[in-house]
Every structure is written in C-alpha cells, then in structure tokens.
Design a protein around this ligand. Structure first.
Ligand code: NAP
Length: 252
C-alpha cells in the first residue's frame, strides 16, 4: 500500500490557493491528474497548473462557483473531457466563514449563504461526480474542528454548516459503500491561511497556537498530508471517518 495515485483523476474544489493548493500539489506529486477548481482566483489557478506541469504532473484549471448547479455540471463535464471520462478522487475543499456574525445580527439570507458555500456545495459536487466514479473511488470532505466545538466567536453559521458536512460524510459513506466508494473528511483546527488573515485577529491566532500541544498553527501542508492519506489506498479500511488535524487541542 502506498500513496501512488498514478493514472487517477482528482478534482479539488477551491484548489487555487491555501489549503486547496497544498492538496493539489500533494495529489499531483503522487501522480494524479488534477482539476484545479477556482471561483475568483483565476491567476493563481493558472500559475498552479503551470507549476504542476513544469514538475512533470498533469493539471487543468476550471472556473466554477460550486454553490451553483449549472457551474457544478460544467465542472464535471470539463473534468471528464480533460482526463478521459473518469474521476477517482474528489476533494470538497471550497468553503469558508464568509464573515463572523453573532446570533443577534444573523439574517436568514446570511445563514443560507454560509450553508450553500460549505454544505450544499459538498452535496452538489458529490452528486455530480459520483456517476463518473468507479469502484475504489475516494471522496474527502472538509469539515472543521468547529463542527465539534461550535467554533470561535461569530462562527455559529459556519460551525453548524461544518457539523452538517461531518454528518453528511457519515451518511454518504453508508450510501456509497455498495459502489465501493469511500467517504471521509478532515477536521482542521487553526490553519495558517487567508481564512484567518481575513477573519481572525492575530492575538487570537497566537493564543490558539500556544494552546496546542504542538505549539503552532497548522500549515496547509499539514492538512494536505491527511487528505492524501484519505484519497489513497493507504486508508483503504477507513470510511465515514474524520481525521482531526488540530495540533492536539483536544487534549488541553
Ligand atoms: P480560504 O483561504 O478562505 O480559501 C477558500 C477557498 O474556497 C478558495 O480556494 C476559494 O476559491 C474557494 N471558494 C470559496 N467560495 C467558492 C465558490 N463559491 N466556488 C468555488 N470555490 C470557492 O480557506 P482555507 O483556509 O484554505 O480553507 C479551505 C477549506 O478548509 C474551507 O472549506 C475551510 O472552511 C476549511 N477549514 C479551514 C480551516 C483553517 O483554519 N484555515 C479550519 C478548518 C476548516 P477562490 O479564491 O477561487 O474564490
């Protein structure tokens, strides 16, 4: 057993930057042909595809808003057209908190937007991809430590939407088991990305990092290594599982 993904085709949603880009690099380095989905980061997607190609790998960039059904259909069509009709690995990475919002300021529209980005997108892309997946397919969803602990300040909608991703992972694992498709998720803690650059004060990041047993924030590569494991046959006996990537925060 190893993480050799030669001949396999992967889609990484939100793959142009931060955690998604680290996942793209890890999968491509292991031999997979990778579709780098992006919404707004076209330049970064193009640069990443050039980087992967220069290193001898295969990748294409496909723009699609994963909250929109028509875009998701096109993403899957462009994937099958680019790489011979098969899809072996799906990483539902795209997501985010949108904005920290307390209960008293929450609107129904905001709640729906956060659930569309994190939860509905995971459902839509998975539903569109599964008909093209063969036996041995692997789906990796992006939950969060927030799914378990309720999240930090103003993260009510986000943590709830990631809780749904965690539950969806277990339900999908059961539903897709007869097709021999495994479904798992990763649940990252504080990972050093644009997400926190935009939404978390530096002092709060440092305080969380200091509380971990490892003594730092996580890196996108820390997450990508776990995604690679779940996407490969190295995790052949795992399905419906969440890999917790939080530097030991559970134990403090
Ligand atoms: P990030 O820096 O905010 O990046 C978000 C990614 O999602 C970008 O690639 C973005 O693509 C993509 N995206 C957003 N809306 C999209 C849409 N409608 N359609 C397609 N793509 C869309 O976040 P990150 O920290 O790398 O997080 C990646 C995932 O890990 C998210 O699901 C996040 O919730 C989860 N997570 C992060 C942490 C953390 O500490 N950072 C912890 C737990 C879970 P464009 O730039 O192309 O728009």
């Amino acid at each position: 057993m190893n993480a050799d993904l030669s001949g396999k085709v992967a889609i990484v949603t939100g793959g142009a930057r931060d955690i998604g880009a680290a996942v793209v690099r890890a999968l491509a380095k292991s031999g997979a042909s990778v579709v780098v989905n992006y919404q707004a980061s076209g330049d970064r997607a193009t640069a990443l595809v050039a980087e992967v190609t220069a290193a001898g790998g295969k990748a294409v960039a496909v723009q699609a808003d994963v909250t929109k059904e028509a875009d998701v259909r096109r993403l899957v069509e462009e994937t099958t057209a680019a790489f011979g009709g098969r899809i072996d690995i799906l990483v539902n990475n795209a997501g985010g908190i949108v904005k920290r919002t307390k209960l008293e300021d929450m609107t129904g529209a905001f709640w729906d937007a956060v659930f569309a980005l994190n939860t509905k997108s995971t459902f839509l892309v998975t539903q569109a991809v599964v008909p093209h997946m063969r036996e041995g397919g692997a789906i990796v969803n992006m939950a969060s430590l927030a799914a378990r602990d309720g999240g930090g300040g103003g993260a009510l909608a986000y943590s709830s939407s990631k809780g749904a991703v965690l539950t969806m992972t277990r339900g999908l694992a059961k539903e897709l088991a007869p097709k021999k498709i495994r479904v798992n998720c990763v649940s990252p803690g504080m990972i050093d990305t644009t997400f926190h650059d935009l939404h978390t004060p530096q002092a709060a990041r440092e305080a969380t990092a200091a509380k971990t047993l490892v003594g730092r924030q996580g890196t996108p590569e820390d997450v990508a290594n776990a995604v690679l494991f779940l996407a490969s046959d190295m995790s052949a006996y795992l399905s419906g599982e969440s890999v917790e990537i939080n530097g030991g925060l559970y134990f403090v």
